[in-house]
Design a protein around this ligand. Structure first.
Ligand SMILES: Cc1cc2nc3c(=O)[nH]c(=O)nc-3n(C[C@H](O)[C@H](O)[C@H](O)COP(=O)(O)OP(=O)(O)OC[C@H]3O[C@@H](n4cnc5c(N)ncnc54)[C@H](O)[C@@H]3O)c2cc1C
Length: 306
């Protein structure tokens, strides 16, 4: 029987591992299919406190990993396939084997939805991203585009006008899905130019493999054209990684975990932290903060059992 199992090794899971490790709980930490989480897919991180010159995303994660190991966290490659709670014990099936634990911290993150175009994975961090708050400031006085038509796409487009010389908003339909107030704001902004009924067919790169533009396809006429942009911000939503927990833990309509109090879920001894329970901020520092909160709550809950 484990004291604490932590699902995920992104910023939330690793911070929870540092705190529960330092509390002598020797947490078992599961890596899942993306060891290190989303931050390993980006290059420069400029907004994580403590690194005035910025830090490479993977390097930041490696430092957190080493810090957690130093305090006794044990790491295991494995993915949670099923979850149940029986007689107050949390049970998770990891690659076919059941693990029992008193406390469970779920920090399984969320995955950005991408367009499914060739070379997409290799271009993330080289002019392709899903986060304007994270990467907008890298693209000053150059044209960029946002893909999507919902509230997040409008929010990202508006935010990017602070930096970019021009923001193209590429949308598959002829009107925005976003709330009226958001849509009106975007359409009134002279720096934003919507491109309707259009999809991206191909990413175009320069000799260094950095984004230099996109090949567009008019979905009504079928004609194609090229658009020069230095960065593509894909804003077509995120999917929380909650499949093994659906129907057993509280979620909202999109599947994000919804803690009842702080990070405490509807079942005793189960805590949620990071992007898996946060559709609002989705930042490394907020995920780390929630990981800390979940660890302290788990620690107190375990102390209460004794
Ligand atoms: C391209 C990009 C650039 C970004 N840049 C910045 C930035 O500059 N600054 C910033 O603050 N934020 C940035 N972010 C956002 C930041 O990366 C996330 O907010 C943060 O990683 C969330 O951490 P997390 O621990 O909640 O989840 P994640 O990082 O998503 O980690 C989830 C972890 O859970 C594991 N997992 C998932 N399902 C299972 C399962 N079933 N079983 C076991 N393990 C599982 C995964 O393998 C992974 O290890 C960026 C995101 C992207 C995509």
């Amino acid at each position: 029987m484990e004291q604490v199992v932590i699902v995920g090794t992104g910023c939330a899971g690793l911070t929870a591992a540092i705190y529960t490790g330092r509390a002598n709980l020797t947490p078992l930490v599961l890596e899942g299919r993306q060891p290190g989480g989303q931050l390993t897919t980006t290059t420069e991180v400029e907004n994580f406190p403590g690194f005035p010159e910025g830090i490479d995303g993977s390097e930041l994660i490696m430092k957190m990993h080493a810090q957690a190991e130093r305090f006794g966290a044990r790491f295991q490659y494995g993915t949670v396939e099923e979850f149940e709670q029986k007689n107050g014990i949390n049970r998770i099936k990891v690659d076919g084997q059941w693990i029992e634990t008193k406390a469970l911290i779920i920090a399984s993150g969320a995955s950005a939805r991408w367009l499914g175009i060739d070379r997409e994975k290799e271009l993330v961090g080289h002019g392709l991203t899903s986060c304007a708050t994270c990467d907008g400031a890298f693209y000053r006085n150059v044209p960029v585009c946002v893909v999507g038509g919902g509230d997040s796409a409008c929010e990202e487009a508006g935010f990017l006008t602070r930096f970019a010389s021009k923001v193209y908003l590429i949308h598959r339909r002829d009107s925005l899905r976003a709330s009226k107030i958001m849509a009106d704001r975007v359409l009134a902004n002279p720096k934003i130019e919507p491109i309707w009924n259009t999809g991206i067919e191909e990413y175009l790169t320069d000799e260094n493999g950095e984004m230099r533009g996109v090949k567009l396809k008019d979905l009504k006429s079928g004609t194609t054209s090229k658009l020069e942009v230095k960065c593509v911000f894909v804003a077509i939503g995120h999917t929380p990684n909650t499949t093994p927990f659906l129907g057993k833990l509280d979620t909202d309509e999109e599947g994000y975990l919804t803690p009842r109090h702080g990070t405490e879920m509807n079942l005793p001894g189960v805590f949620a932290a990071g992007d898996v329970a946060d559709r609002e901020y989705r930042q490394a520092i907020t995920a780390a903060g929630m990981g800390c909160a979940a660890a302290i709550s788990a620690e107190r809950w375990l102390a209460g059992l004794e």
